[in-house]
Design a protein. Structure first.
Length: 163
């Protein structure tokens, strides 16, 4: 059985495609690419069909990650096929919980930085869109810091499904 993870930010051109690319690389490195599907979406549809922000692409490529992406809006119907929905900030978390049709679906939603033990109480990945490259680099650092914990959690679920 395939385990499905979807990262969600506002427009699906900065934070969530960055998280998708980084986590997909971690899944491949862990040898789980046949068992885990990773994608992303936005809470809004303003950028549907657009590529990732050029600054996102630049930071990803400079750090050895892939960057093929087309933005899309998260749909309520997706909850039934997703195992884990990862919000990039508290606003996304709230929006996704409002969309969740059932309590079981709402339980699938987590904040990305909740998987980073060093994050403390600040669990938002700041939106880099209106800033410079340093915001995109910080975004990558925060995503990478949360990835080992998220990978461990997903690996546990995947191995539990296989048992």
């Amino acid at each position: 059985m395939t385990y499905r993870v979807c990262f969600v930010c506002t427009g699906n051109i900065c934070r969530s495609p960055m998280a998708e690319s980084v986590f997909r690389a971690r899944i491949e490195e862990a040898g789980l690419d046949g068992l885990v599907v990773v994608d992303s979406a936005g809470t809004g549809g303003w950028h549907e069909g657009d590529a990732a922000d050029p600054r996102t692409v630049s930071v990803l490529e400079a750090n050895g990650y892939g960057s093929i992406h087309a933005a899309r809006q998260f749909q309520t119907s997706w909850f039934s096929r997703l195992d884990l929905v990862i919000a990039l900030d508290e606003g996304h978390l709230k929006a996704l919980r409002r969309l969740a049709p059932t309590a079981t679906d709402a339980d699938k939603i987590r904040l990305l930085r909740s998987y980073d033990p060093a994050a403390g109480d600040d669990l938002d990945v700041p939106d880099p869109y209106y800033g410079g490259m340093d915001g995109f680099e910080e975004c990558l650092e925060l995503v990478e810091a949360a990835s080992p914990g998220l990978l461990a959690a997903v690996r546990e679920k995947v191995e539990g499904q296989a048992a």
